[in-house]
Design a binder for this molecule. Structure first.
Ligand code: HEC
Length: 220
């Protein structure tokens, strides 16, 4: 009896573990190892997003000038690098293509990517971008290990064909980094503020300590 109960409990635990571990049982995710505090990577990611993704995807909760401010660009720079002069700094980042027309070709409306990294996780974005394989090389048909049958074409095809694995991973990492930043832009501010608060507390501690010494000199 005890053995049967143990089996049931263990069985339940394992199925919970399997469910918590991603559920659909797809291949293990690759580690993105992206670094939100690497500003150069975020800048490269933003430019790569504009070049590779923005034809189909918006990040509608972001404005160009917010990206500029967070990534260390002037307003003119972000417009030049991400929009080739086509937008105002105060514009939100919309897809360049006509989404209805794209949906007719691909069968699905490309989703807004503002919150995608928070929804799916950075490791997933990274793995998804690197997860394409050529299903039918003769017809040039690609599929994806992480989202089988996906409607999204392999937009990084040039990276698969002409770049080394390390170069391709670097592009995917920069894109993932930018996606994670877009998902929660306040993370950068919070981190910067954290240092300022710590520095303030440290300086205040020294002042308080000196003051205490000064006061107690007469008492002692
Ligand atoms: C040609 C249009 C097109 C381009 C360009 C494009 N995508 Fe997509 N993307 C799609 C479509 C369509 C979907 C919906 C896929 C589906 O549901 O199968 C999608 C879905 C996604 C998803 C969600 C995947 C999921 O698991 O639901 C992510 C993440 C994504 N795209 C990232 C990117 C990134 C990053 C780029 C640039 C490197 C990019 N896309 C470029 C069309 C595009």
């Amino acid at each position: 009896m005890a053995k049967r109960i143990l089996t049931i409990v263990l069985g339940a635990l394992f199925s919970i573990a399997a469910w918590a571990g991603g559920g659909q049982g797809g291949p293990a995710l690759k580690q993105a190892d992206n670094d939100l505090w690497d500003q150069a990577s975020l800048q490269r990611g933003a430019v790569a997003f504009a070049n590779y993704c923005q034809a189909c995807h918006s990040i509608q909760y972001m404005r160009y000038n917010r990206i500029a401010r967070d990534l260390g660009w002037a307003d003119e720079q972000v417009i030049e690098k991400m929009a080739h002069g086509l937008n105002k700094p105060t514009d939100v980042v919309l897809a360049r293509g006509n989404l209805q027309a794209i949906a007719q070709v691909l069968g699905t409306v490309p989703p807004d990517l503002s919150l995608m990294a928070r929804l799916k996780g950075s490791d997933y974005i990274y793995s998804f971008l690197l997860g394409y394989f050529e299903k039918d090389p003769e017809k040039g048909v690609w599929d994806n290990h992480y989202l089988p049958g996906t409607a999204m074409p392999n937009v990084l095809e040039d990276q698969y064909r002409f770049a080394t694995a390390a170069e391709r991973e670097a592009v995917a990492r920069d894109l993932t980094n930018f996606m994670e930043y877009v998902g929660e832009p306040i993370k950068l501010t919070r981190y910067e503020l954290g240092w300022k608060v710590l520095l303030f507390l440290f300086l205040f501690f020294i002042i308080a300590w000196l003051l205490k010494k000064e006061y107690w000199r007469d008492v002692k």
